[in-house]
Design a protein around this ligand. Structure first.
Ligand code: DGY
Length: 318
């Protein structure tokens, strides 16, 4: 019987689907898996249902001699050495599509949490500081009729724009390639990054983490942004140079930021904790019950396909 290892405690549907025909082991305690652990698993199991916290660098992958498919439980796959998997035709799959709406909703939640100071206001009430209605209490800023800059107009960027239609925002976007369909649907204008940063009131990032996008936003880029602008990141932490963003938030160089992702997860720079103009989430972009179940089912189906000798549904490279 073929063997499958699930590296994190994901919704049961994956195990249920897989155990109909394979022997399945789940790391139910979410025990940290070191490089040595991953190599050992890769020498013993025909398939690994991996998480974005499992780092498969070139050396690790080259020693996973038994594994025929790595089904990553995420749309992002920066935890794999992309060049190496392409070179060696290693099968790595992801879970695109099903999490776009949920992740866009998380990004939008962050946007309003920052613009209307929701977390700060909640804390204010809980701390017993509220003395009654006051016209100047916790004033935020409006979003409607403002300019929205989308960096990365892929599936999630599209959903973000779509869900904010009623807010009548002018949409600017930057993408690897121009998307005429997107331009037409949203009356969106393609911009170089610098131009987008200069003109947007809200900047939301939806790019994958690659060598080109790492540190795409540093002090230089932040200094182009409007002083009352908001930066939202639900993609990957390393797209932004975190120290530069912290400095900008400390100096009130921008209005605020909403972050679901960090450079060194789960470690979050404690300088953030002192700031009221940032909202911090523990990488929950796709964390709705429905979406996490769909992701589990897609990952399992990719494994079933490959172990049955078929083609993967969501190969991460073509
Ligand atoms: C992803 O899928 O890449 C998210 O970061 C987690 O769902």
């Amino acid at each position: 019987m073929k063997k499958v290892y699930i590296t994190t405690d994901i919704p049961d549907i994956a195990e249920e689907l897989l155990k109909k025909q394979f022997e399945v082991v789940v790391n139910t305690d979410n025990k940290f898996l070191s490089k040595e652990d991953l190599i050992k698993i890769g020498c013993e199991y025909d398939a690994i249902l991996s998480s974005l916290t499992n780092i498969f660098d070139k050396d690790t992958l080259s020693k996973c001699t038994k594994t025929k498919i790595f089904a990553n439980y995420a749309v992002g796959f920066n935890n794999f050495d992309i060049d190496y998997i392409k070179e060696k035709n290693i099968i790595v799959t992801n879970t695109p599509g099903v999490l776009s709406d949920t992740t866009a909703e998380t990004a939008i939640s962050l946007l309003f949490a920052v613009s209307r100071r929701i977390v700060e206001a909640d804390r204010f009430v809980r701390d017993g500081n509220w003395e009654g209605f006051s016209p100047k209490l916790l004033l935020g800023k409006d979003i409607y009729n403002k300019t929205l800059g989308i960096i990365g107009a892929g599936r999630i960027g599209h959903r973000f724009a779509e869900k904010l239609r009623g807010f009548h925002m002018k949409i600017l976007y930057n993408n690897r390639n121009r998307d005429l369909c997107f331009e037409k649907s949203f009356n969106a204008e393609y911009c170089e990054i610098d131009d987008l940063l200069k003109r947007s009131d809200v900047v939301t990032i939806h790019v994958p983490l690659t060598e080109e996008t790492r540190y795409m936003i540093t002090k230089k880029e932040i200094n182009l942004m409007k002083e009352d602008s908001i930066l939202i990141n639900t993609s990957r932490g390393s797209v932004i140079k975190e120290d530069d963003l912290i400095e900008a938030l400390e100096n009130k160089r921008i209005y605020g930021a909403g972050l679901d992702v960090f450079e060194d997860e789960p470690n979050v720079n404690s300088r953030f904790f002192k700031l009221n103009n940032v909202v911090l989430l523990p990488h929950i972009g796709s964390a709705s019950k429905e979406t996490r179940e769909m992701m589990a089912s897609i990952a399992a189906k990719n494994i079933i396909r490959i172990l049955e000798g078929g083609e993967p549904i969501n190969l991460v490279y073509k």
